[in-house]
Write a protein that binds this ligand. Structure first.
Ligand code: C5P
Length: 227
């Protein structure tokens, strides 16, 4: 079996990472959640007072980018990697609403994207990788052998995310989650740098009414046909 590159893009909370992780495990591939990388840079910006409700010091963040080291630590319990920011495990912190509120603003910055895309391309050099994000099929791996574009209704996505946050014990309302999901999608789709869009050769996958098992089987079969 030859190794391929699988790019999974789509709107927020479409369950991309759940499917990507399962697919990578079934194929014996590496799985990379690029959203976690943008979240880690956002956490750094929050910790250093570079972004808040009062504004975003984007050029200061650009100057600090050289001080940001990202890493991945395999976690046997979750079957995925935890995100490391300058050697510290920040996997839990990057999933909070606080980070979700600001991440799409940070992701508009060209220098941030260039840094992260370079790391992502390096990770995928040897193929055998499933990567999910917003620009994987369009910018990071435009020649990926399999590209998927995941979508679902805003309600289905917000419900999924709301349940996840509740399970983690976050104090949040459904309305706040829905608003965040819609706002991030708007910024992600309308930014100048690598906006979220479906690559011409990406397969559109609407999973509003599809269970995980069915999604996995369909996507696994698509991959196996190519491999
Ligand atoms: O995938 P996740 O929802 O965790 O991503 C968080 C945010 O990171 C997205 O809303 C988007 O603004 C940004 N992102 C991006 N490009 C990627 C992955 C994520 O701009 N490849």
């Amino acid at each position: 079996m030859h190794k391929i590159t699988i790019a999974i893009d789509g709107f927020s909370s479409t369950g991309k990472s759940t499917i990507a992780k399962q697919l990578a495990a079934a194929l014996g591939y590496i799985y990379v959640d690029t959203g976690a990388m943008y979240r880690a840079v956002t956490l750094y910006a929050l910790h250093h007072g570079l972004i808040s409700e009062d504004g975003f010091k984007a050029s200061e963040l650009c100057l600090k980018l050289k001080d940001i080291q990202l890493g991945f630590l395999p976690n046997e319990q979750t079957g995925r990697s935890d995100m490391l920011l300058n050697g510290k495990n920040v996997e839990t912190e990057i999933r909070t609403m606080q980070v979700s509120r600001f991440v799409s603003q940070v992701a508009t910055v060209k220098a941030v994207r260039e840094k992260l895309v370079a790391i992502q391309q390096e990770m995928g050099k040897a193929k055998g990788i499933v990567m999910d994000g917003r620009d994987i099929g369009t910018v990071v791996f435009p020649h990926a052998e399999l590209k998927l574009f995941m979508t679902a209704s805003a309600d289905a996505r917000a419900t999924r995310r709301y349940r996840e946050l509740l399970e983690r014990g976050d104090n949040i309302t459904y309305g706040e989650v829905l608003e965040n999901v819609q706002k991030r999608d708007y910024i992600d789709s309308n930014r100048e740098e690598s906006p979220l869009r479906r690559a011409d050769d990406a397969i559109l996958f609407d999973n509003s009414d599809m269970g995980l098992k069915e999604q996995f089987e369909r996507i696994y079969n698509l991959a196996i046909r190519i491999i």
